[in-house]
Write a protein that binds this ligand. Structure first.
Ligand code: SF4
Length: 288
């Protein structure tokens, strides 16, 4: 394990009443054998059990892509929605149901390309959400096109036969610059370490971004090497932005752990009674 979750976790003294398997649905994942997303699913179910969050008290919202199938494999509330729009849906849900543990999840294409704008503003808005991005540096579901995090010289896609030639999107540095108060990186091949990171992220009051290196066995088989390349982030976590920026300037993209943690005021606790009344009026109008 790479990090220790907050020992003051609210539910940790009690014996967890549910186990990881209780958070899995009956639907069998259709991911390719060896896909990193299996490790993320395992870590997330262990995290929810560790924190003793009842399935009906958690909601996982996703966009589109291989990794965005995640909610279907969980037993709690889930929403497999529109490409790049996991965060706006999760934000609306958190505003309407502040009592729920709301987790948004998806891939690098979904979250950093079409959803990139939402990512920036979710970081600075600082609602109490956790955002897990399973990054394999490729669009897997649509058969291997370059994504925002693909290295510029990766030339195996027919759409970019000479590589993209563009610098890569740097998720952790961008989250920091956009105002996120919790930035961490995990590895799907280290489910125990990832469980601790996810527990810390869920317990963080405010927006928590967890960048997960999750290999695509089919279109990026070379990512199997990540097993030997990842390493703990020995310089983190940073608790001030200047230190974090310095750390991320030197980051090789393979350092695991909490990179930055800072507490900021959390955006509005929820929808006011007035607003809830207006929403009910709108709903009644639409359903007439
Ligand atoms: Fe996983 Fe890649 Fe297969 Fe998609 S295409 S399920 S990301 S291994």
């Amino acid at each position: 394990m790479t990090q220790t979750a907050d020992p003051a976790a609210p539910h940790r003294d009690a014996i967890p009443s549910l186990r990881a398997k209780d958070y899995k649905s009956d639907i069998k994942p259709v991911w390719c054998p060896g896909c990193g997303h299996f490790g993320v699913l395992a870590a997330l179910t262990k995290t929810l059990a560790y924190l003793d969050i009842a399935p009906e008290q958690a909601a996982v919202v996703s966009g589109i892509g291989c990794s965005s199938r995640l909610p279907a494999y969980l037993s709690g509330y889930g929403f497999h929605g529109v490409h790049g729009r996991a965060l706006p849906v999760a934000s609306g849900l958190k505003a309407a149901r502040p009592d729920l543990t709301v987790i948004a999840a998806g891939g690098d294409g979904d979250g950093f390309s079409i959803g990139g704008n939402h990512f920036l503003h979710a970081c600075r808005r600082n609602q109490d959400l956790t955002y897990i991005v399973m990054d394999n540096e490729v669009y897997g579901m649509t058969k291997g096109q370059a994504s925002p995090t693909t290295p510029p010289d990766w030339a195996k896609s027919k759409l970019t036969p000479h590589g993209t030639g563009m610098p890569r999107f740097k998720p952790a540095a961008i989250a920091l610059a956009a105002g996120a108060g919790f930035v961490a990186r995990g590895f799907a091949g280290d489910p125990n370490g990832l469980t601790e990171l996810l527990a810390a992220a869920i317990q963080h009051p405010g927006f928590a971004f967890v960048h997960v290196l999750s290999p695509c066995r089919t279109y990026r088989p070379e990512q199997q090497d990540w097993k030997t390349e990842v390493h703990p982030c020995v310089l983190g976590p940073a608790h001030d932005i200047a230190h974090a920026a310095e750390l991320l300037q030197r980051d090789d993209g393979l350092a695991l752990g909490i990179l930055y943690e800072q507490r900021f005021p959390v955006y509005a606790d929820g929808v006011s009674a007035d607003a809830a009344g207006r929403l009910a009026d709108i709903e009644a109008e639409l359903c007439r």
